[in-house]
Design a protein around this ligand. Sequence first.
Ligand code: T4K
Length: 372
Amino acid sequence: MSASAIITVGAPMLPDLPRYTALLSEAIDAAWLTNGGVLHQRLEMALAADLPGRTVGLAASGTTALMMALQLGDLPPGAEVITPAISFAATAQVIRWCGFQPVFVDVQPDSLNICPDAVRAAITPRTAAIMPVHLLGQPCDTDALADIARQHRLWLVYDAAHAYGVTWQGQPIGNFGDATAFSLHATKLLHTGEGGYIVTHPENGAAMRRMRNFGLDQGRPVGFGINGKLSEAQAAMGLALLPDLPAEIAARRDLRRRYDAAFATLPDVSIQAARAGASDNLTYYALRLPPARRAGLFNALAAQHVFARDHFPLLCGPGTAFPDAPVITAAPHPIAPARAGEVICLPFHGRLSAADQAKIIQVTTGFIKGDL
Ligand code: T4K
């Protein structure tokens, strides 16, 4: 089978090579490769342009961005951090790497985002922060979470790894909470290969910049830090891609429209669509169907060399990195364990051809209708 016969779930935007190499040449000519060079500054300014009133800080990855966003809260060692039971592995691992205790709570059945009632049920005297995830780019219940954080004096840091470009209630998604961490990994809509960024209040800006550079201030270690810096080569990738972003967005909107039209009336299948008040997530295209059917669909697609994915499992319980942690819920029974098995992400990227999408639609509808 040739490589071109394989249809992958994602494919990164690729830069125009002359534009990319011209940017790389700037760094090489300046003999300045990292530690806040001019390309880094330019990309930071470009990202900040959509976020007036907030400070933006690039980071080496979405994971380091999330670590720093959490550490900016100055939480006591061993503090409990409440987070949803469904996400990518990084969310809970960040909490553990920072020396805190993840407390997994239930999700809402429609969005699979953290359930505010479950958050309330999980609060103890040791709780110091809430780390919700805008899963699949769908905004969380930000008003309820802000109320809880205010009432209990908790640090509210959003994992927005999937939410580049998303708006909610007319505002950029980075405007919510004390800090928000985005991923700029190659699998995301806008990317720098590896990379990420933090959005926070301007008063946290100096601490954030110090933290990502080993806690140094004028060369002296005055605070807690890490090497969380994004290099000039990474910044060059982001800058080179920005002019092509509108075309990538337009292509993904077309793909989404065609998928939605094909799947709208299928029995037993729901489209993980944007919440009312939110813009479309253009990072992933996800369907939900009963777990046993989902496994069958994975196999039916794989038989045709189409590789769908489920990146967002249950993070706690047997067989996970947190085997003894329960899912705390305010419902009679936890929702997350059953619902985590429902999501399937279909191939979704700007170079997916109409013919390949037609094949994915044909296999999916054929399987659901029982023709395959
Ligand atoms: N929080 C949440 C909720 C997250 O989902 C993530 C990351 C993070 C935090 C942490 O952000 P980062 O530290 O990663 O910035 C991917 C990504 O590595 C990861 O960023 C992402 N979430 C996660 C959901 O997915 P894999 O293991 O699925 O990637 P991989 O290599 O299987 O690639 C996926 C598809 O993309 C394949 O079809 C192949 C294609 N691909 C991939 C790469 C890297 C390409 O065609 N070219 C490429 O260069 O993890």
